[in-house]
Design a protein around this ligand. Sequence first.
Ligand SMILES: *Cc1c(COP(=O)(O)O)cnc(C)c1O
Ligand SMILES: [Zn+2]
Length: 427
Amino acid sequence: MAKVEGLRCRECGQCYDKAPIHVCELCFGPLEVLYDFESGPQITRERIEAGPPTMWRYADLLPLDGEPTVGRQVGFTPLVRAENLGRALGLREVYVKNDAVSHPTLSFKDRVVAVALSKAREFGFQTVGCASTGNLANSVAAHAAEGGFEAYIFIPHDLEQGKVVGTLIYGANVLSVQGNYDEVNRLCSEVAGKYGWGLANVNLRPFYGDGSKTFGYEIAEQLGWKAPQHIVCPSAGGSLVTKIYKALGEFSQLGLIDGVPTKMYVAQASGCAPISTMVKERTEIMRPVRPNTIAKSIAIGNPADGYYAAETCRKSGGWAEDVSDAEIVEGIQLLARAEGIFTETAGGVTVAVTRKLIEQGRIPKDESVVICITGNGLKTIDAVLGKIGETIPIAPSLASLEEALAQRAHTLPAKTVPVQEPLATAA
Ligand SMILES: *Cc1c(COP(=O)(O)O)cnc(C)c1O
Ligand SMILES: [Zn+2]
């Protein structure tokens, strides 16, 4: 396990002992985990490769004192070479990092929760919880069940059915708050202070955030110990994109990869784009917004790590973009039809933003690109229902089948049976 020296303020550098705290007492800056990678066993490719096929192969780089006690199977999801998607987008080398199939709750939040709740156990918490836009709720509830914690989960009242059911099923107490995520989050800060619970993304946030580093470690290892030239990542609170870049930097420092040529791109929905707006307007001041988008999982109007996410785009030479709800649905469809991967709205955002960045000439067509797919489409069916075609009703007879097909072929507009379009012929 990594040697955790303590916590340090990202703004003023003030150091603190390891504790369930997340804000600097001096300047209110966010705290991050301070490691000493030198004191433990030497971290080599061979040592990592000999580890389990999970995120815990990187345990030397994660902030636990002992073995993980929940989420031991999380991570090491597929990195898919996406040839069909590449053809559709005009890219030579594109990969999908597919956390839509994350075990156990089908989003990358399993990574952050495996660390946060294992840490909660080390701190001695018996009650855990979170403020969530959906996926974190699912994952905290599942891992709380696994670890025998009591769970209090706070969500905005208007989440998708799939996200609500996927939390209640684990027996968590689910508080449906009449307000948006930012109001939920504010309430949770008060809750953490008053009740002393371990809230994954509030007082356990420094530890939670470092679970996201494993997404970046895996990309580099799965590319054959190499960082790609471009990574497009959906942002909500702004943590994941920041931590992927941090992970690549650590790998480079440890000599596991040869440098980090990677440009980082934030993908957001236009209905909630505070980070993308900062990058596009080249400002360091974040203007909070009131979210209005179908991409609810990334609808955070006042992102905790928004400043750092924008800075990551800037200093890596990347950029940010945002897309409309209609483009999000197109993005979901494009990935599903090209690669057979059904992602949720956040993934639709990422695919659509990637297309936009290519059209803008920001991502050159002959360079390597990794698209971060962070969640599963079965949880956000509400967003696509009625927009993706319909079933063909028939009676259980050949005659009915043939009649329906004849009718359909007859009424199909010609442009939906293309001959030369790569997507249609690549199937
Ligand atoms: C939470 C979430 C994100 C964004 O994560 P941040 O670290 O808060 O920026 C992206 N995609 C999905 C599906 C999520 O649930
Ligand atoms: Zn400080």
